[in-house]
Design a protein around this ligand. Structure first.
Ligand SMILES: Nc1ncnc2c1ncn2[C@@H]1O[C@H](COP(=O)(O)OP(=O)(O)OP(=O)(O)O)[C@@H](O)[C@H]1O
Ligand SMILES: [Mg+2]
Length: 220
């Protein structure tokens, strides 16, 4: 099973949620790996990738893209910061999917971030035939951001599971965002709390929210 964790934008909480899912899976004895195929704004150490590896307790090799400038992967390549080996990345992720029970793939930024001149993050979901989680911070603006992102995914044939991630200081829109999104989308919207915590605390929140089962395709 390959799950792509994408979002309405950068800093939405992809890594945080994915760490929790990875650790929850590991605690259930599921053979899991967490991979960040495109990571920019990093020097020697890819921080998101390392966090996912720690949470899952596993590493998978690939021709992953890393670039120092904190910009979209395609932007980094146009600035001379390496090249994106799309086919190699897709191949390595598929290989991980054959070897591991659960492969968590964290996207870069939001769903339409350009990875190279032809592809965007959403195309990775299609190439991998992945289940998709769309993380959306529960703040003013989330209705439009989420509906726009869902439209962009549906346009390539992908129907995501939306995860509304709580804000540290909720604004007035938080009282209605979830219910209105459920009405607009015609489906359940999952909730994930804002919590300061290590991987195990995040894993507990993932289990409480039923999000590991969502990843595994088990409804409850
Ligand atoms: N559920 C959460 N509980 C507590 N803090 C969170 C949560 N989600 C996100 N954060 C905080 O918000 C910031 C951004 O989160 P995170 O790094 O997970 O986002 P991201 O979507 O992975 O960002 P990027 O696009 O850079 O990969 C971090 O400081 C993180 O600690
Ligand atoms: Mg991240």
């Amino acid at each position: 099973m390959i799950v792509l964790v994408t979002a309405t934008g950068t800093d939405a909480g992809k890594t945080t949620l994915t760490r929790g899912i990875a650790r929850a899976a590991r605690r259930r004895g599921i053979d899991v790996v967490g991979i960040k195929p495109f990571e920019t704004g990093v020097a020697e150490n890819a921080v998101d990738a390392a966090a996912l590896e720690r949470a899952a307790g596993a590493v998978w090799p690939g021709p992953w893209f890393r670039a120092p400038s904190p910009v979209a992967p395609w932007a980094a390549t146009t600035m001379g910061e390496g090249a994106v080996d799309w086919d190699g990345i897709v191949h390595a992720l598929r290989a991980a999917g054959e070897r591991h029970e659960l492969v968590l793939v964290e996207g870069a930024g939001g769903v339409r971030v350009p990875v190279d001149a032809e592809r965007e993050v959403r195309d990775l979901a299609v190439a991998l035939d992945a289940r998709v989680l769309l993380v959306a911070p529960d703040v003013l603006g989330v209705l439009s951001y989420t509906l726009t992102a869902v439209d962009a995914l549906r346009a390539v044939g992908v129907s995501p599971e939306v995860v509304l991630r709580a804000a540290p200081s909720p604004d007035p829109s938080a009282a209605t965002n979830g219910a209105l999104l459920e009405k607009k989308l015609g489906r359940r919207v999952h909730r994930f709390p804002y919590l300061d915590g290590a991987d195990d605390a995040l894993a507990g929140a993932v289990e409480d929210a039923g999000l590991l089962d969502v990843c595994l395709g088990v409804s409850r």
